[in-house]
Design a protein around this ligand. Structure first.
Ligand SMILES: [Cu+2]
Length: 486
């Protein structure tokens, strides 16, 4: 594959990628010892990399990522990965110093075909040694990439070469097996897809095939470099090192068969949930799941170190939320040690505190949704806790969240954002403006009677009674209009 082909491919699809690839001409050094380095500066989702050499296949789209071009060298597919420090835009207005491959974190997706002989050159431009483990692959033990166990570590400045046959079709990933805690906390990981050679009994052809990795970072607001010692309390939950609203939508044509492949290299599990459709898990990093072993789901948990590929027919038009179902994972940088103020009457308090701290704001009296609309000043280089805006206002989301956009009029290989869904008239939830009936309070009378009977009784005076509540606790509910009710 040469650079002109690569750029032509990008140009044809009309996505926003002009000038995104920085690589010198490959042809000059074609078939010399090491393939030229191709690197990526843009965090946009690149259109699928159509194969023009080797066996044909239907390429994937990497969410906010790209696939690595290769060259054929006497029947061997040759790739060149460069492990290096990178700058990753997590969302517009927020950049991070990460480690990755070929200009981005995660690194580029590697796509090959079952039976391909693959040679991957890995150059280490990190300040410490590394290695690459090809997660899930069948390969000779010495190609497995566990430094110290199956190979010597790749020292800074050195290039190693891995070579094996991609024996099993499926969904895989790659990551270091050297100083893993640090290197994965810094963003070193990438996706790998081995496409089936011809028809496969358990792998269906799909119209759209998306891939991304689940990862997480701990970057203080205003800082650029992740804290690598964090074990649990990450503040950025990311898909391919991006946070909503920086995660591109998944654009599909109505009635497309869609596959989404997800791998988890974070430190916790993620229940991945889609709205409006049911899917089946059609494969894992262990291989394709036979159709007799599939069942319908709308959420599938992806444990740490696991991969899941889900498939469905996108036959419901609209803008469907697609997200991790852990509510803290659809938030951006936030503290977790704040007291809850819901229901606390702040009236008069703010003024008193402002006398001491002039910029003090009271928050959380009626929940946190106000955070997404108040436009509060935040430090340079971070992202608001919840930031997305939709056609009806704030979406109150960040982190691991995106939108599946199902439209009638989408061209083949077009992944451009079509804008917001235009709902048919009368099909949107609306305010009810007619009269509401008074609520009926079931059991209210009996509770009042019991309370009257037990007034004055304490456990000491009535030690045998366990049928009637004693020492009744009075709880009042504070309602938004200031009305107090029992
Ligand atoms: Cu999650």
């Amino acid at each position: 594959m040469n650079r002109r082909h690569f750029l032509n491919r990008l140009g044809r699809t009309g996505a926003t990628i002009a000038g995104a690839i920085s690589a010198a001409s490959v042809s000059k050094v074609a078939l010399s010892s090491v393939p030229e380095i191709v690197s990526q500066e843009s965090p946009d989702s690149m259109p699928p990399l159509q194969p023009n050499t080797g066996r044909p296949y239907n390429p994937v789209v990497t969410l906010n990522g790209w696939s690595l071009p290769w060259r054929m060298n006497q029947g061997v597919k040759e790739f060149h990965l460069v492990a290096e420090p990178v700058v990753r835009e997590m969302t517009p207005g927020f950049k991070a110093h990460l480690w990755g491959y070929n200009g981005q974190s995660p690194g580029p997706t590697i796509e090959v075909v079952e039976g391909d002989r693959v040679r991957i050159f890995v150059t280490n431009k990190l300040p410490e040694h590394t290695s690459v483990h090809w997660h899930g692959q069948r390969l000779p033990n010495g190609m497995d990439g566990v430094s110290g166990l199956t190979q010597a570590a790749i020292e800074p400045g050195k290039t190693f070469v891995y070579e094996f046959i991609a024996r099993r079709p499926g969904t895989f990933m790659y990551h270091p097996h050297a100083d893993e805690m640090v290197q994965m906390a810094m963003g070193m990981m990438g996706f790998w897809v081995t496409h089936p050679k011809g028809k496969h009994p358990h792998i269906q052809e799909v119209d759209r095939d998306f891939v991304f990795l689940l990862n997480s970072y701990d970057i203080d607001p205003g800082a650029y470099t992740p804290k690598v010692m964090t074990m649990v309390d990450f503040n950025l939950w990311t898909w391919n090192s991006r946070i909503f609203p920086g995660i591109d939508p998944l654009v599909v044509k109505k009635n497309d068969r869609v596959r989404i492949r997800v791998g988890n290299l974070s430190m916790t599990n993620h229940p991945i949930h889609i709205h409006g459709h049911e899917f089946e898990v059609t494969g894992t990093d262990g291989g394709a799941v036979p159709s007799s072993a599939r069942w319908p789901e709308v959420t599938t948990d992806v444990a740490v170190g696991q991969m899941r590929q889900i498939e469905f027919v996108a036959n419901e038009e609209g803008d469907w939320a697609f997200h991790c179902h852990k509510s803290h994972h659809t938030m951006n940088a936030m503290g977790h040690t704040l007291p809850t103020h819901i229901g606390v009457d702040h009236s008069g308090v703010t003024e008193k505190i402002q006398a001491l701290l002039p910029r003090y704001m009271s928050m959380g009296e009626s929940g946190m949704a106000e955070m997404s609309e108040m436009g509060m000043a935040i430090p340079h280089n971070t992202a608001p806790m919840m930031a997305g805006t939709g056609p009806f206002g704030a979406i109150d989301m960040g982190g691991m969240f995106s939108v599946l956009k199902v439209r009638k009029d989408v061209r083949k290989n077009d992944y451009q954002d079509p804008g917001w869904y235009q709902h048919p008239k009368g099909s949107v939830a609306r305010e009810w403006t007619s009269a509401l009936a008074e609520p009926q309070r079931k059991g209210a009378q009996q509770i009042a009677q019991k309370r009257a009977q037990t007034v004055g009784q304490t456990p000491e005076k009535n030690p045998t009674s366990n049928s009637v509540p004693t020492n009744e606790i009075e709880v009042q509910v504070r309602k938004p209009a200031g009305k107090m009710e029992h």
